[in-house]
Design a protein around this ligand. Structure first.
Ligand SMILES: NC(=O)c1ccc[n+]([C@@H]2O[C@H](COP(=O)([O-])OP(=O)(O)OC[C@H]3O[C@@H](n4cnc5c(N)ncnc54)[C@H](OP(=O)(O)O)[C@@H]3O)[C@@H](O)[C@H]2O)c1
Length: 353
């Protein structure tokens, strides 16, 4: 079977990690890349993603050209966070008959940002016989898909609390800017008011995904965002944080059901938390019958986890009916070992029989 040809959109931190992972997967072929930065156009992809060798694949600056040159079956979008920014590229790909996996946060549950635009993408995907999905570590897995999956053992759910304490150091400038990393606390608050600092993007998506997965309604979502001010010097390849400057954002969201908090998501994100003795980790608590608690430290790695999810979901996206999907619509996500990652297995068959 010929490997599945994959085009990567974006050669930032995530796009590069995804491209490197694709090179390791026998059932997949890195077919090309399209970048946003004009100055990188024509650069060999292997050099751009830090392989230290040529791949013979120049980075394209124009998506139509990239599709013509690489003839992909599927594209992974790692260029942006917002549905409005993601939609144009997705429409171009869908119209060319290319399946799409996006890690844009708002694509994890696109109707939250715009139901009409989500509907338009769905109709377009159906018309062109391809599937589109949003995934990623969060939203897309830790604070939603994993919560929904754990709730499967509960007869009743009274409330849910999930916390993710993570390290922003693996992320590129897009994420760091949106978290206000490196700013003075006053500039962080001004950025919040202006909208240039957003904290985590994806709480609405996660809360609605959980509620829809459980089959209940959320009346309103309240959110708070506070700067995490550093007491020490911290540095990543993209940002330097001096003492007194902002290392990240503690962002919390509460979804209300029947007038009471039902889903609480707490997400303090900062660069290099270990420098102040902060341990990263994920914790989910479902109060109900039975109650369920699951926690682990350190955090499930955000960068590597997002790259793996974007790649692992490919066989499931190709096997899905045409249309716009969420992670709740596809079979249980899993690592992609072998060429197909388990897609196509039948319950009546057993590998050893
Ligand atoms: N759902 C999730 O769990 C999840 C997880 C991780 C990230 N994300 C989202 O996915 C997107 C990509 O993440 P990322 O960490 O790869 O972001 P990134 O490194 O900032 O790259 C994103 C875009 O910014 C451009 N870019 C990168 N470095 C730049 C620079 N120095 N100057 C100007 N432009 C630059 C890249 O251009 P080129 O196209 O030219 O490379 C790329 O298209 C972000 O919007 C992020 O929020 C979602």
């Amino acid at each position: 079977v010929a490997p599945i040809r994959v085009l990567v959109l974006g050669t930032g931190q995530m796009g590069s990690a995804i491209a490197r992972l694709l090179l390791d997967k026998p059932g997949l072929q890195l077919a090309g890349a399209c970048g946003k930065r004009p100055e990188r156009a024509g650069t060999d992809l292997g050099l751009a993603i830090g392989l230290g060798r040529h791949l013979g694949l120049p980075i394209h600056a124009d998506l139509e050209t990239a599709v013509s040159a690489s003839r992909p079956q599927v594209a992974i979008q790692a260029t942006c966070s917002r549905l409005l920014d993601a939609a144009g590229e997705i429409e171009t790909l869908v119209q060319r008959g290319v399946h799409v996996v996006s890690i844009a946060e708002e694509m994890a549950y696109p109707a939250c940002a715009s139901a009409p635009l989500a509907e338009r993408l769905h109709r377009l995907a159906v018309a062109h016989g391809v599937s589109v999905i949003g995934t990623g570590i969060n939203p897309g897995f830790v604070l939603d898909v994993l919560v929904v999956t754990l709730s499967a053992v509960c007869a009743e759910v009274d409330s849910i609390t999930a916390t993710r304490v993570n390290d922003l150091a693996p992320y590129g400038p897009t994420v760091l800017r949106s978290q206000g990393v490196g700013l003075m606390p006053e500039a962080f608050r001004e950025g919040l008011a202006r909208g240039s600092v957003t904290g985590h993007i994806g709480f609405e998506q996660s809360i609605h995904m959980i509620a829809d997965g459980l089959g209940c309604e959320i009346e309103r979502i309240d959110q708070t965002r506070e700067p995490i001010v550093s007491r020490v010097h911290r540095a990543t390849p993209y940002v330097t944080v001096e003492p007194g400057h902002v290392a990240g954002c503690r962002h919390t969201a509460v979804g209300y059901r029947r007038g009471a908090p039902f889903i609480t998501l707490d997400h303090p994100q900062q660069v290099c938390p270990e420098l102040e003795g902060v341990a990263t980790g994920d914790a989910i608590e479902i109060r109900g019958r039975p109650g369920v608690r699951l926690s682990g430290s350190p955090e499930i790695p955000g960068g590597a986890g997002t790259a793996a999810l974007a790649v692992n979901v490919i066989p499931r996206v190709l096997a899905a009916p045409p249309g716009l999907h969420t992670m709740l619509d596809l079979p249980v996500p899993a690592a992609m070992l072998g060429d197909t990652g388990g897609v196509g297995r039948r319950a009546s068959a057993c590998a050893t029989s």
